[in-house]
Design a protein around this ligand. Structure first.
Ligand SMILES: NC(=O)c1ccc[n+]([C@@H]2O[C@H](COP(=O)([O-])OP(=O)(O)OC[C@H]3O[C@@H](n4cnc5c(N)ncnc54)[C@H](OP(=O)(O)O)[C@@H]3O)[C@@H](O)[C@H]2O)c1
Length: 428
């Protein structure tokens, strides 16, 4: 008879409670599938007396998550506190040093400290598993590291922040402004305490950095990511993109190019009929392209008690079975330093600007674009009553750097009001 796997759970919020519920509800199933009983011995959170809707009566309580990590009756630390540093990192390091494996849902910690933690885990002969950290219930890390291990990856992309996708699709369906839908999302409790983590693309950027590391064998490099949030997207952008057969998504794209690793998290136009274009509400989608498998599309809930708990439990089961895997899919010493390549892949761009309604204004803009090697594919001027005309230009494929130069030069023309919005049209 195998010995039970003993868990210490630090963090009893949305995900921690989800994990406790599944462990209780599926105890027999998990034992049958792993050949071991999985038990919780100790838990930790900030407030011991908080009603969490699940009983924690049978578990030892620790005020300090580091103490959980060091308990001799704990085999695996399940870190569900969150945050890149602080108690989550302290407990993770303490657990590894005390010879325990770690399961976590903490993308921020791994995106910032992933390499150092992977090295520590290897030095201690321990495991760190984090399926729940990327796209909630979608098993994307297992897919990349295990099922598709025979592939050279050409591109990994996805919509990995449900709140942003909710805001963008709700704007589309309701016709409400960004500010109105942002407030609605806030009321519904969809936003992080610091909303910039969501709408600024940081949370999704953390996730993409982890996937890029696994897919391209590079050290996780969140700092090198091109990051742009959805705050400048207007309802007009949504409508105009729709008129042309596109949807706007906060899309993460990573690919290895001849010049280095490209990692972008930014609002992009994708064809309305594509799988990404049809993704509604808070759902996540990850698209993986491998040289042998072709394109794989994974879709599912990116957050919430059940889906995220499900991913954590999958990792716990792996550890119960004795499965071993390097943190980023290969030994940390073999991960290459990521040489950042900023938007080296050419693309068509959607460009929206407010133009003074006077003769020659459009010609000046066209000249600036032409001077920077950018040719116009489509152009449209929308109805307007005021002195400023909303103008939409779709470029032929060009380099982002050339477009940025053209946008900077537009300020000197005296006919463009403010800074134009430029959105990449991603071929998917
Ligand atoms: N929510 C999701 O759907 C989701 C999806 C994917 C990944 N994740 C990740 O999962 C992790 C947990 O997220 P969550 O949504 O469950 O967070 P949460 O609901 O805010 O829960 C956080 C938990 O950590 C505890 N905690 C905070 N500071 C602590 C400290 N110093 N010592 C001990 N415990 C402490 C809190 O205690 P109290 O309850 O006593 O305040 C709470 O139980 C994060 O890394 C998050 O990014 C979440």
């Amino acid at each position: 008879m195998s010995t039970p796997l003993r868990l210490g759970i630090a963090g009893l919020g949305t995900v921690g409670v989800g994990v406790l519920r599944i462990l209780r509800k599926q105890a027999k199933l998990l034992q049958a599938r792993t050949g071991r009983e999985i038990v919780v011995t100790a838990v930790s959170a900030r407030n011991r007396s908080k009603d969490r809707g699940v009983s924690i009566a049978g578990f030892a309580w620790e005020d300090d998550p580091v103490a959980i990590a060091r308990r001799t009756d704990v085999d695996v630390l399940v870190e569900l506190i969150g945050g890149s540093d602080g108690p989550a990192k302290a407990a993770t390091e303490a657990a590894l040093r005390a010879g325990k494996d770690v399961v976590t849902a903490n993308k921020a910690m791994l995106a910032v400290h992933g390499q150092a933690l992977a090295e520590l885990a290897e030095a201690e002969g321990r495991q760190i598993r984090y399926e729940a950290a990327v796209a909630g219930g979608i098993p994307v890390i297992k897919t990349l590291t295990e099922a598709l291990a025979g592939n050279e990856f050409t591109r990994v992309m996805g919509v990995m922040n449900g709140t942003c996708n909710y805001i963008l699709t709700r704007m589309q369906s309701s016709g409400l402004s960004y500010d109105e839908v942002f407030e609605e999302a806030n009321q519904l409790g969809y936003l992080e305490a610091d909303p910039n983590l969501d709408v600024g693309g940081i949370d999704a950027g953390h996730k993409l950095a982890l996937l890029a590391s696994i897919a391209f064998g590079t050290r996780v490099a969140f700092d090198a990511m091109e990051l742009e949030g959805i705050g400048r997207i207007t309802i007009d952008d949504i409508h105009q993109a729709a008129d042309m057969g596109y949807r706007i998504k906060l899309l993460g794209v990573s690919r290895m190019t001849g010049r280095g690793l490209e990692q972008r998290m930014s609002p992009c136009l994708v064809p309305a009929g594509s799988a990404l274009g049809q993704l509604e509400g808070g759902t996540n989608m990850v698209v993986i392209e491998g040289d042998s498998v072709g394109q794989i599309v994974l879709r599912g809930a990116g957050a919430g008690e059940g889906p995220t708990g499900s991913a954590v439990i999958g990792d716990i089961c792996d550890l119960a079975r004795g499965a071993r895997l390097s943190v980023f899919g290969q030994p940390s010493a073999t991960l290459a330093a990521a040489k950042p390549a900023v938007s080296t892949t050419p693309a068509a761009f959607y460009l929206r600007m407010a133009l003074q309604d006077k003769p020659g204004a459009l010609a000046k803009v066209a000249t600036v674009l032409g001077d920077n090697g950018i040719s116009i594919h489509r152009m449209r001027q929308y109805d307007h009553a005021a002195a400023l005309a909303p103008v939409l230009i779709v470029t032929h494929r060009c380099m982002r750097a050339d477009l940025d130069r053209a946008i900077a030069a537009m300020a000197a023309t005296g006919v463009v009001e403010g800074v134009p919005v430029a959105l990449r049209i991603e071929e998917v």
